[in-house]
Each structure stands twice: as C-alpha cells, then as structure tokens.
Ligand binder design. Sequence first.
Ligand SMILES: [Zn+2]
Length: 452
Amino acid sequence: MSQFELGIVGDYFVPVTECSTAGAVAASDRLGLTRNTFMGVSGGKIVTIEPFTEVLRSRCQKFIDASRSKVVLPGLVNTHTHLAMSLFRGLHDDLPFSEWLFQNILPLESRVVDEAFVRLGTRLSLYECVRFGTTTVNDMYFYADAAAEEVSRAGLRGLISQVVLSAQSPECRVLGSDKKRLLERLVDRWKGSETVRVGVAPHAPYTCSDETLSWVAAEAKRLQLSVHTHLSETQFEVDQSIKQHGLTPVQRFQRLGIFDSPVIAAHSIYLTDADIRIMVASGASVSHCPDSNLKLSSGVAPVAQYLASRLRVGLGTDGAASNNSLNLFGAMNLGVKLQKWVGGSNTAMVASQVLRMATIDGARALGWDSKTGSLEVGKNADFIVVDLDYPHLQPVNDVISHLVYSTTGLEVETTVCGGVVLMRDGEFCGSGLSGEDFENVRDQVASLAGGF
Ligand SMILES: [Zn+2]
C-alpha cells in the first residue's frame, strides 16, 4: 500500500512560510525557497515536506514530477471577485466609473441576472481560476447559493457572500425580498462544509442605507459571518459620504457596527489615517485590486503605507467586467510596480511581498490561513506548478522575480486543491471541471456573446 495518495517533487519549492507582509520586508526574502523538495499528501493534507530521494517516488499512489525547471508554490488566493460577471467581459469598457456602474452594469444586472446566469458565469470563471493557479476565491454576488454549489462541485475553496443592497436585487423576483430568510437558508445549507464558507456582502456604502448596514451588522454578528464589501473605492464616494453623513465610509461602517465582524474591504483606495486605525484595530483586511482600480480610473491604493501601518492586505482581481480577467499573476506584476511609483521608491514594495499578498496574506484576510495560503505540514494540499521552460523565463536567476515580473499566468501547468488534481499539464481533469465540460461551457457562453 502506498504511503502517500499524492506526491510531488519540485525543482524549486516556494512554500511562502515565515513572516507576514505587514511591516517591513527585505528584498532578500526568499519565502522559504528550497530546491529538489518532496511534498507528500494524504487525506487531502500535506503530511511531509522533505528533500527528495528516489525511493519516495515508489511510495506515492500518484506522483507529479516537477523536478526539471518547474516551481511548486501555494495555490493563489483571490480576495475579491464576482465570478458570475465573467459573462459581462468586454461589455461597456472605457467608461467613467459612475457611468459604467449606474448607467450600465446595475441596469444590465437587473435585466439579465438569474440563477442560470450565475451558474454559467461562475463555472466559466472557475475554469479561468484553475487555469491561472487560483485555488481559493472570495466571491460576492447574487444567487450566492448557486455560486457556492458551483465552487463546491468544481473542488475549489470559496468564501461566498450574499450581496445585500437597499434597493431590490435581481434575485428578489424569484427568491423574494426576505433577506433574513435568504441568509439563514444559505448559512444552514453550507454549515460544516470543508471547502465553502458563506458570508454577507453589503454591496457598498452608497448602495446601502444606514438601516440596511445596521441590519447587516446585526446579522453578521448573530450568524458569525464575515463581511465582504466595496469600501472607499473612489474620492467621490468618500466626499459624498462626508457630505451626507458627516463621516467617511469607514467611520460610518464603524458607527453602524460593521467592523464588529471580520471585514474584507475591496479597493479601499481613499483611507484616511483615522480610517486605517479603525480597520487595524478591528482586524479588517483590504483586498487590493490594482487592475480594476486603474481600469475604472478610481486611483491607486497606497498599499505600502497600509502595510507599514500593519493593515492586512490581500490581492484581488475584482470581476471580469472591470479587469478584464481573473489572473492574479497579472495583478501581482501590476500591483508591485504601482507601489514603487506611488511610494516614490523602488523598495516601496518588493516581489516577495506581493507574492505573499497573493497567497498567505490573502488566506489570512479570509480567516483561512490555518488551511491554505502556504505549503506547511498539516495544511490542505492547495498548490500549483509553474513551468519555467519558456524563453521569457530563462535563465532562472531569481525564481521569485520570475513569478512576479515575468510569468503571464499561462505557464501554470498543474493546479491541485485539497490534494485533488484539477489541472495537469494544462488539461482540466477534475470530476467537476473537466475538458469535456469546459467545451460545453464554452459553447453556451459563446452563444451569449453580443446578446446582452
Ligand atoms: Zn467588486
């Protein structure tokens, strides 16, 4: 009988262990990098990490040989997305933020979003996640139960939050407007799941009244849920909040009790020093979405300053309608370069720091760092293999640099979540996400193009 259900040897092994990005990080941080390292998996968990010897190969039921010019690293963690929105990819691009959101996306959603839309869009996005090495997602959208089912079936890890707005949401037509019932049903349904957690997502300060936000705060506390929201995304949002409420969006959320629960705040570009203090004191996290922030011309979050203030930051893509992909390799590349510019220094953020944001710090932001985000004995076997055998990745002078500055994301050749191989040599091979099913999804999606 085999000792390990799955084993892998990596030429380069980047476990992303040791310190957090919060605070100063040296450019020489190697993220625990070793060479020619074996990782054994049993029951979906990592049971050993040790120098590779040939005898280990025969002790594995399944064996992945990544010993030639390949890197093994943790599966990436996307801390802010709207998976179903991939069906809107390429629609209404290049418009000002308010015109994009209020005149186009929100009316479109109320017209076309139904359960079938959410299932199909979510499934398409999950293929994209696996292709680009993401194994954990923090999703916020309508029909959260359908999205949770898709994530569970696909074999990824997901924190799926039910969107709450003061206005009627598209699902009210079908599921009714009893938010409390909707949320309780969702919580009941996913209680005890190993891979899916549910949360509540007040959409944004400007789409939620004080009454709605107070309700969210009370329910999140009662049901012990984390809160996923858009917060302080534009200067306009902050100015309007101060005008209407005499408070910044963060101060208003604090007053209404939102920060009494764990909060993941997407964007958070315009935080005051007082806002930062509130968020640090409450243990809230920021999901930094550099692509979306630039594409919607919202601004650049001073992430290096947040980290120096010990505010936790994970990396996100946002939905495909505002990015337009779910590729965290792209987000790492852009994110770290932007910080060098806004921080006025080449050392304002370094490659290892943004790789932590895309892995262990993202997992911390979701409260899932005991399970994922780094490769350590006892954690779930969520890992990916990146092939360096391409002209643009040679010579391998610095593997951390290559992962952040040179990899496009398509070099991910293998994606494994909880010890289950979801993609091998670029082919989808999970029981929920297969090559055959992808063709089916692609055909259905193709027939929608130009139809919205
Ligand atoms: Zn968003």
